[in-house]
Design a protein around this ligand. Sequence first.
Ligand SMILES: Cc1cc2nc3c(=O)[nH]c(=O)nc-3n(C[C@H](O)[C@H](O)[C@H](O)COP(=O)(O)O)c2cc1C
Ligand code: SF4
Length: 437
Amino acid sequence: MSAAAASAALSEEGSAAGGLPRLLPPPGHGGDLASHLSRHGSVPYRGSARALIPEIRAARLTGRGGAAFPVHRKLETVAAARPGRAVVVGNGAEGEPASHKDQALLHLAPHLVLDGLQLAAEAVGAGRVVLYVRHDVRARTRLDAQLSERYARGLDRIAVELVSAPARFLAGEESALANLVSAGTAVPRFTPPRVFERGVDGRPTLVQNVETLAHLALIARFGPGWFRGLGTPDEPGTMLCTLHRADGSMNVAEAIIGTPLAGLVDSPGASAVLVGGYHGAWVAADQLPWLTLSNASLRPVGAFTGAGVLAALPADRCGLVESARVTRYLALESAGQCGPCLNGLPAIAAAMGELAGLAGRRPDPRVLENLSRWAGLVEGRGACHHPDGTVRFLRSALQVFAAEARLHLQGRCSAASGRPFLPIPAGPATDADWSSP
Ligand SMILES: Cc1cc2nc3c(=O)[nH]c(=O)nc-3n(C[C@H](O)[C@H](O)[C@H](O)COP(=O)(O)O)c2cc1C
Ligand code: SF4
């Protein structure tokens, strides 16, 4: 993605001290070390383990990798380990095909993420620091050079190891990540223990999304009150969003939590908006005027902010066809370790394909009943949340596109265009794709 496409679309004052953007550099500022230091100054180490944790608790920072888990709780747990034993991993795998915000952040403001990694490592007394990023030769070369520059200038107290993530949907799931960094493959494992108890090489491991680390680095500089100055009282701050508009354009924008959704995905003519990504949920376009970018607002309609994906479906496309393509992709991305996921997701994907009219025959009249039953059978039955996320996406599609489903049962479809809208990667080729490239 170009730097221009990743502009801070909602820029108000162009200053980290005031409004937006906080994370992305304002127009005219680069992401290089000299620009970063002139804008933010050096890494504000606290001088002792745990010292930063009360500030993160007061800021009410939650994870930006999808689950919005309170960051201070993980910091406290990992900080209880023997000094030097814990591992900190910055998660930049970004396995979600519709999300580009982590790549954009690492491209435009890498030093904020790297500051956050060092500060998190200090806070938990870690002895090892890893940056886990989606495999991209150019991005890796750039990060290598940036890390060498920081180390040479004495900014980083612990050398950061770069580990490449395979381009798989599950590669960023934290237990898959811990397996891969421990020299295994990026497949999830059963929990407990959670990775903050036993993660990389069996050591307590703090995994934070790279955007979370960038927020942490700003809180360390400007304080919890500053952080809470934007957003809602319960969900303070800003978040990066990947916005896919109905006209096919896409950009990454930093948005204040609580911003009206209709203003963010301003897409006249869209029939529905996918919120949160492929483990997220569809929301009918006529509900948008009442919704904001916050979990409190989205929860009642079965959605959540997730990793900040918002995709407005053009009115000429079929929501069932799009959902069937995504469901098939998610089924193929199953790590194949748990029976209900291994067998259930392909059956669900096939039934969705049939309902969408992709099977070349009129759907079986029992297809909706089967989908609902199979969804119930896979939910909560995996080592990881992949089946649960897939079922959430499926159920929202069946609800939001219910009228379209009735048409399809009669062998009809309202779409004027069959052109795919949501991005689907080419797909796994071999089992080796689960390993680090
Ligand atoms: C199937 C699946 C895929 C995930 N992929 C990612 C990912 O690509 N990047 C990410 O930061 N978190 C991802 N997560 C969430 C991580 O497991 C973990 O909760 C997160 O990295 C913690 O960071 P945070 O608390 O800062 O969000 C995924 C979770 C699941 C269930
Ligand atoms: S639930 Fe599915 S994706 Fe998750 S570990 Fe089991 S088989 Fe793999």
